[in-house]
Design a protein around this ligand. Structure first.
Ligand code: BV8
Length: 236
């Protein structure tokens, strides 16, 4: 790696939080093997049975609140503090481990588990507690209109205007811990590549997007990403 980068974009998935003890989605013991996606993570499921979906996220919140960032999250903070470039984190994760690690410029394109949105007025508020369809919106008072501020299948992504701009101006695109099966996030590497970025994939194994990356670094991100950042800073 000899190029001096000016605009770096990380795309992270559940794999970067695996070493913090949070389940991924599509591994053998993943979240989606315990629940049918269509029962908990689609907008139709939410309208069909809001309390079943609320319960799914109510149960997840305490674990997410207790989880601590691992060396992979912290390596991004180190790079942001020491490498002279604009470094952004586009995450599919709904946990707050990037923030807990001190990462800046974090964009949660699939939302956040500690945020609730009112479908009546659009007000977003934070809570780590339980939510049900009985609750009313603190802003407009609407009843039974609160939804986890999480992007379900069939819903548009958040922060996409900013993310599009980042992808079109980045010269280094680093994917960490995502299986590359959920769109449009899985297509971000193609946009970055089209605009001239070098592309790196950090994973435990080959992913469906494998051929779109210039470099592949296999192994647990808690080990491989700190090593990569150390090397980048040595060459700086
Ligand atoms: C949209 C919310 C339009 C819940 C999530 C047919 C073809 C193509 C696309 C589609 C299609 N039919 C429908 C679609 C679109 C659909 C989609 O992509 N479906 C796929 C499944 C076929 N996408 C959507 O619906 C999106 N919306 O398109 O809207 C639109 C536009 C405008 C207006 C209206 C509508 C919405 C997508 C978001 C869905 N919500 N989650 C929740 O998070 O609780 S997706 C869910 O998957 C999570 O958000 C998660 O972040 C995301 C991706 O999963 P990963 O993070 O990659 O996790 P996974 O377990 O899969 O992989 C972990 C990886 O880590 C593995 O590779 C593993 O090897 C690696 N790993 C593990 N440990 C480590 C590690 N790596 C390194 N170190 C380790 N230690």
């Amino acid at each position: 790696m000899t190029r001096k980068y000016k605009n770096i974009v990380f795309l992270t998935g559940a794999g970067i939080s695996a070493e913090s003890g949070l389940s991924t989605f599509r591994s053998e013991d993943g979240l989606w093997n315990k629940h049918r996606v269509e029962d908990v993570a689609t907008i139709e499921a939410f309208y069909r049975n809001p309390d079943y979906v609320h319960e799914f996220y109510n149960e997840m919140r305490p674990e997410f609140l207790a989880a601590q960032p691992n060396p992979a999250h912290k390596a991004i903070t180190t790079l942001q503090q020491k490498y002279p470039a604009k470094i952004s984190v586009v995450t599919q994760n709904v946990d707050t481990l990037h923030e807990k690690a001190g990462n800046q410029n974090v964009y949660h394109i699939h939302g956040q588990i500690n945020q609730i949105v009112c479908l009546n007025c659009g007000h977003v508020f934070e809570t780590w507690g339980e939510v049900s369809s009985e609750d009313v919106c603190e802003q407009c008072g609407a009843h039974a209109m609160l939804k986890p501020n999480i992007v379900f299948f069939g819903e548009g992504l958040l922060c996409m205007d900013e993310v599009d701009r980042l992808l079109q101006t980045c010269d280094l695109f680093i994917s960490v811990g995502t299986s590359g099966v959920v769109y449009p996030a899985a297509g971000f590497v193609q946009i970055a590549k089209m605009f001239g970025a070098d592309t790196y994939e950090f994973n435990m194994e080959k992913t469906s997007n494998n051929r779109l990356f210039d470099e592949h670094i296999y192994g647990p991100a808690g080990t491989t990403l700190p090593e990569f950042v150390k090397k980048m800073l040595e060459e700086e």
